[in-house]
Ligand binder design. Structure first.
Ligand code: FMN
Length: 217
């Protein structure tokens, strides 16, 4: 697989087969992904993997967690302006229409969102933390690492879905993983093999027109 193929075949997968992923394979991908660049070579990522047994224990722990949590950060700006608002809206509509869940079916839509907290059925999950003293440049380094990981995962036939949704459960996640107070959760990631028969995996998200993204001077 070349880089273009990895980039073009990566989509956010939201329904996985139960097929196990070995720790060795995840280790192999991580070792390469840690070659990602970062400003000043700070390598500000701190990664946790739940897989197999630890995944089962984690899912049970999260289900039983009853204490309310405030989100770790605002996933989107409080008043998302245009055209970003429309992009977000259109993604949601595209997704729910594939699933046949109409706008009025609030419970159906909520149940879909809640699948985030089961890693969409993936057998393996990754959590990415960062030291609380780090700022926007270092948070962007996390994105470098995460995309590198996701592309390398494609090379191994694996699929992924990055998940900021976990930021609303960051306290329980940190408690389970025993992460120290100096670190904050950025996101989770579901890792596994896509269920080809699941309609949600046919979602092909749009991109804004090329000329709106770039200007050649
Ligand atoms: C950092 C990050 C966090 C994301 N969080 C979630 C999430 O919590 N739940 C989800 O279903 N998708 C999540 N996504 C997936 C985006 O919705 C997806 O990347 C976007 O719609 C583009 O689609 P594509 O990944 O299929 O190309 C996230 C993506 C990124 C990069």
């Amino acid at each position: 697989m070349d880089v273009s193929e990895a980039v073009l075949s990566r989509t956010s997968v939201r329904s996985f087969k139960a097929t196990a992923v070995s720790d060795q394979l995840i280790k192999k991908i991580l070792k390469k992904a840690f070659r990602s660049p970062s400003g000043g070579n700070l390598q500000p990522w701190k990664i946790f993997i739940v897989n197999g047994n630890s995944m089962n224990k984690f899912l049970k722990f999260i289900k039983e967690w009853k204490e309310p949590e405030a989100p770790a950060y605002d996933i989107y700006p409080p008043k998302l302006k245009e055209p970003y608002r429309t992009y977000r809206y259109e993604l949601g509509e595209q997704m729910y229409s594939l699933l046949d869940i109409p706008r009025e079916d609030k419970e159906g839509r909520l149940n879909q969102v809640l699948k985030n907290f089961e890693f969409f059925g993936a057998p393996c999950g990754l959590f990415c933390f960062i030291d609380k003293t780090m700022g926007p440049p270092q948070w962007s380094d996390l994105g470098m690492f995460l995309q590198t990981f996701m592309l390398l995962a494609r090379e191994e036939g694996l699929d992924t879905c990055a998940q900021e949704a976990w930021s609303i459960k960051h306290l329980s996640v940190s408690e389970f993983l025993k992460v120290d107070q100096d670190h904050i959760l950025f996101c989770g990631m579901a890792i596994g093999y896509r269920d080809e028969n699941s309609p949600i995996n046919n979602l092909k998200s749009e991109r804004k027109p090329f000329d709106q993204a770039v200007k050649f001077i």
